[in-house]
Ligand binder design. Sequence first.
Ligand SMILES: *[C@@H]1O[C@H](CO)[C@@H](O)[C@H](O)[C@H]1NC(C)=O
Ligand SMILES: *[C@@H]1O[C@H](CO)[C@@H](O)[C@H](O)[C@H]1NC(C)=O
Ligand SMILES: *[C@@H]1O[C@H](CO)[C@@H](O)[C@H](O)[C@H]1NC(C)=O
Ligand SMILES: *[C@@H]1O[C@H](CO)[C@@H](O)[C@H](O)[C@H]1NC(C)=O
Ligand SMILES: *[C@@H]1O[C@H](CO)[C@@H](O)[C@H](O)[C@H]1NC(C)=O
Ligand SMILES: *[C@@H]1O[C@H](CO)[C@@H](O)[C@H](O)[C@H]1NC(C)=O
Ligand SMILES: *[C@@H]1O[C@H](CO)[C@@H](O)[C@H](O)[C@H]1NC(C)=O
Length: 510
Amino acid sequence: MFAKSSLWLYVPTLVLTLASDISGHEVSLLSQSMTWMDSYYDPKAAYLYATALNHETRSSAWYAAGLLARNNTSDALQANRIIRAVIAGQYKDPSKQWFGTYQKYPEEPPVGSNAYPAVMYSSWDPNWRGFIGSTFIVMLEEFSELIEERTRDLMMESLTNATVGDSYRVGGVDDDNLYPSYSNPAIMRAFVSGWTGRRTGDANMTRAGEVEAQSIVDLFNRDNTLSEFNSGTYAGVSLFALTLWAKYMDVDSVMGQNAERMIRYTWASIASLYNAELRNVAGPWDRTYGYDMNRYLSILALHIWTIVGKERAPIAERPFVMSHEGDFAIAPLIAILAPYHNSLLNESTIAALTTFPGTHTVHTSAFSPPWDVYPRNITTYMSASLTIGAESFSEEVIGGPSKNSASFNPAVAQWKRRDGSVGWLSLYAEVEELAVTVGEAYMDLAYPRGNSSSRFTFLVGAGREQNVQSWDDVDGVAIMVTGSVATEYAVSFNGENGGAGKPIKCVSIL
Ligand SMILES: *[C@@H]1O[C@H](CO)[C@@H](O)[C@H](O)[C@H]1NC(C)=O
Ligand SMILES: *[C@@H]1O[C@H](CO)[C@@H](O)[C@H](O)[C@H]1NC(C)=O
Ligand SMILES: *[C@@H]1O[C@H](CO)[C@@H](O)[C@H](O)[C@H]1NC(C)=O
Ligand SMILES: *[C@@H]1O[C@H](CO)[C@@H](O)[C@H](O)[C@H]1NC(C)=O
Ligand SMILES: *[C@@H]1O[C@H](CO)[C@@H](O)[C@H](O)[C@H]1NC(C)=O
Ligand SMILES: *[C@@H]1O[C@H](CO)[C@@H](O)[C@H](O)[C@H]1NC(C)=O
Ligand SMILES: *[C@@H]1O[C@H](CO)[C@@H](O)[C@H](O)[C@H]1NC(C)=O
């Protein structure tokens, strides 16, 4: 699929033809993210810099896609160099568990050496096969004329190795967690395997992609929701990956048959939970890197930018000053796919991203086997200035399937503060089972397996008052606590430079 039409952009001194057929709000997403990444590019290494003059692999691959889309002066040349550098750093020993994934940065010692033990999601990341593999496929599908033949051949070999390495992953074996319910990497793996199998005539790869896709679809069809439900970051990745299913897989594939519907339903679910007044998707959040989408950079916000424009999206004027700003590097992929992806959304979905449709309550559910004993039951009360969302669950683990209490936020409220900014509170996940009831202006939370040592801990975005002593110091909302609990409480602050303990940070496992 190559550029169907070209857009002419007039800038003072030159006329630039984008190699991509983008034309709407995604033009600014592409150009602003590329300007930011240009300032990190090291042409000597053909990589983006990360910190301390080291480089980083995955963001370099995303940048290469943006270079091909922009196609200014030496962009295509640099993209070819980056792609070859990234492939040179792909693990080549098929006997290793990390075969076919890509080194995280070129300066690191060999994974599995004495100095650098192999630790999944630390010294090596199994999901980067899917992230980088799917980026290669977007480049091959959209811009193959700009890629040299020898680079294209290497990309096909790289995709073959990534697919073989990804086939080593079985949830529950060798500490791996890739079950079909781990939506974002599962959707990418099914796609890379299915696409590569078809291109190379490898029926086994094609079949593996179909089998995995069918499991993902079956889980989705239960209540038209992704298992990895409602995540500002990962819903954005899953929508990207489902777009690859929809755009590049034929109707002879389970992926081609189901993806458009899955994208529509996923957006309808996001739209039902979106509060355009606060520019936030209400809780509960299965995995989040922040509590206010205006303050952390979510991949979902990049999609929203392409749909309704930057001004109305939950994104800062300078996106790279937000927290989790590294994810801005995926912006070129979102921009390149936006014309197709956005064409799938209907008017009511788009309208909800700009105008809050009125008070309502959302009931839905999501299911993540093998972790969930029963599907997580989700209820969210939505009003213009206050949203309250929570889920009942019973799981084998604390902190959700990714076993991360900082990112799993099963009971969340957000409200409008007096200055218009977003206040929030979130139950800190400390238990395996939670039973909730949510209604207008309240949430009831119970620990079915609790006892007299149980406690409820809330993280709170209090607002203006810095010397917080009590609930009364929380800006924009009045909070009353009742129940079969001792209602006295302690207030503490965990800061970078002191306080009660270390900040609760969300550890990334993309
Ligand atoms: C990329 O840029 C080159 C040089 O300006 C131009 O000749 C070529 O047509 C462009 N390719 C695409 C696909 O836009
Ligand atoms: C294209 O390249 C020229 C020459 O390097 C540069 O002056 C111009 O700003 C670039 N345009 C974009 C949109 O990157
Ligand atoms: C793919 O894997 C094989 C080993 O099976 C290795 O020899 C080859 O160099 C790898 N190709 C690339 C492009 O990394
Ligand atoms: C076929 O694919 C499966 C699943 O990806 C994999 O486990 C198996 O090793 C493959 N077999 C061959 C012969 O490639
Ligand atoms: C928009 O799409 C969603 C998901 O397919 C559907 O449930 C909803 O009814 C659609 N709305 C309209 C107005 O067509
Ligand atoms: C989940 O919700 C449904 C309907 O809203 C209810 O019938 C069911 O009992 C709930 N299950 C649990 C385990 O809370
Ligand atoms: C409460 O349950 C926890 C976790 O099962 C256990 O460690 C603790 O000892 C229990 N406390 C009481 C007072 O029973």
